[in-house]
Every structure is written in C-alpha cells, then in structure tokens.
Design a protein around this ligand. Sequence first.
Ligand code: SF4
Length: 390
Amino acid sequence: MSAADPKTLAERSEEIYRDYEFTTVRRWKERTGGLAIGYMPIYVPRELLHAQGCLPVGILGGGDDLEIIRGDAFYQSYICHIPRSTIELGLNGSLDCLDGMLFPAICDVIRNLSGIWKLKFPDKLSRYLDVPQVFEPELGGMFYRHELEELASELERRGAKPLEPEALRESIRVFNENRALVREVYDLRIREPWKVPSAELYVLMRAGLVLPVEEFTAMLREYLDGVRADEDRKPMDQARILLTGSFCEQPPLGLIKTLERAGCYIVDDDLVQIHRWLLHDIPEDGDPMDRLVQAFLDDSMESPTRYIDERGKGKELVERVEGSRAEGVIFCAPSFCDPALLDQPMVVKAVEKAGIPWTAFKYAENNGQFQVIREQAGTFADSIKLWSGV
Ligand code: SF4
C-alpha cells in the first residue's frame, strides 16, 4: 500500500479544525453515546476523561472564521480575543454537542469565563480545574488528586462510566502511544523542517484536539509515513526560528504561513501545547491516578502559567533554542495576554544573555492582515542569514 499524501491529510485536518459544527464530535456521540467534554487551553487530564468513556474536545477559540456578534459584550476591550469567540461559539449553538466544559487554571480571563459559562449554560457541566502551583506530592499532589477525584465523580453523576484503575491505566497507555508519535513528528521537524511545514503540523495538531485519540494516532502514523516517502520536499535557505508566546489563544493559520513564506523554518513552538505538555510517557505501572498526578507535578512543560522558582524564567527557552538548533526567537503572543507578556521581559533578558537574536510582535486570533508581520519576520530571517555567527 502506498503512503498517504501528507498534503491531503493536512487538507482534511484543516477542514476538521475549521468545522465549528464539530461534525466529528457529533458523529462520535451518535456512535458511542458517550459524553463529549470541551476544555480550554492548556492542560487537562485527557486520560481520565478517556478512561470514563468521554471524548475530550479541545476548544481553542473561534480563529479567524467567526464573526463575533454577542461575545464582545462580555469582555472589556483590553482583554484578549479567545474568551469572546468561545462565548460566541457557546451562544450560537456550535458547542451544543458538548456535555460540559473544563476551564483549567491559566489566568483570570479563563477563570472569569468559567463563571460566565455557569451562568449562561446552567444545565451543562462547567468546571474550573484548579491545578497546583506547589509541586511537592504531599501538598500539590494531594490537592490535585482530590481535584481529579472530584472531577471523576462529577462526570459519573452526568452519565460517564465510573473511574476504574485498569481503565485509567489503559487510557494512559493509549495517550503514551499518541505522545510518542507527536514527539516523533516534532523531532523530525527539528531535523528536517522542510519535510514538516509548520502550517501542516499545526492543522494536524488542531484536528487532534477534536478527534478520538485512537484516530489521531492513526493519522499521525500516516502523516509520518507520507512525509518520509515524499521526495519532493527539499531543503531551502530559511532561518531556523523558535516561536514562543502562543500557548493559549492561537494565531490565525495565515500568520504561520506568512512566517514560513517570509523565510522562517519554525523548528519549535508553543502552539496547541496540550499534545506536548507532558514531556515523557506516564509510567504504566503502579497506581495510575498517582502516576497521572505525578506526571503533572514533575514532567510538565515550563510555562508562563506555571510557577517557576529557582531555575529562573527564560532558562528553559534557552535550552529549547539549543535543543532545536534555532537561530533566533520570535516572541509571538496574543494582544493583552498577561501570562505571556508579563514573562516576556524576563525571558528576553535570558535570551539576550545567551546572545540569541530575537524579535517580537502580537496578534489576535482573527487578524487578517499580515503584511507588516511578513516584512518584520522577513527582515529578521534575512538578518540571521546575513549576520549570525559573523
Ligand atoms: S490568551 Fe492569555 S490572557 Fe487570554 S485567556 Fe489565554 S492565557 Fe489568558
């Protein structure tokens, strides 16, 4: 059998990610009768939802397709865009297929959104998922385990299966398999970025937010086979860039394409972060709930939404620059994103100390004009090519 065409897979993925009717989710519900549970960025324990027979559905706002009619009325003008478009999706019926929403603790905006959700959709499950900022097992671990047990009970009251340890162990295994393939495709992009264009990788990861994990895993396998077999993908003289700051509200796809067309290979990024939030596999032995909790405490990505103490802000980014052999950093954050923009000066300090070139701009998920960004990114890529290492 010949390998699947990666472009066709990317086109299919883009259709899925732009489908605000959530057709794949509706079909899954018809097929299984299970609960579909939406979640906001960045991290939720998808393994637990899966073990209870639920479909985790990542909701990352409305992108550049959605006209905001009522969503603006809920937020001041100096707040980022993602809560407006999420409310809009709720009010226009797009999210009717969801039986509930989880709002992980990221920032005050998401906390407020969880409150608005409770008021507007009182019959649906709506839960603010508090995650620990203290990482000792006997403190943060106990707290987080309690949160997860409460979540499991609430899901069960809504009709999900009870949480059984063996089912959770199996779900951990299923997600480990998926994470391994995600790592493989990102590693391939570091080695041969011309094989894995970031615009393609992005839509694939977005589709993976709404598809059942088993289907997403099969899709990743097909994609990897396809790009490895595709001999038409040749290297070009592009600057290797690490893109950071886009961990919550996502940039429009056009912005990612613009960066690539402006001469950048994006070799690492923060986009659709949940697929890479845990850095390694979760051990499949021992008590599975303990393992899930421990993985969050010890093996999560460093993020502006997590407390970072003695290591200091920016060290992890410098390590990622080294690990991905990036030649420069683009700080690319949503307008008015407090976690990203408050961290940025501290991270810039570390990046400058390490002698890494950088530039910065902001976006909103519904931006449609990229000319200025194209010129800025193009100049940045050219300056790296001309002067880096001189
Ligand atoms: S984009 Fe930033 S400020 Fe807005 S909800 Fe996300 S983390 Fe919070």
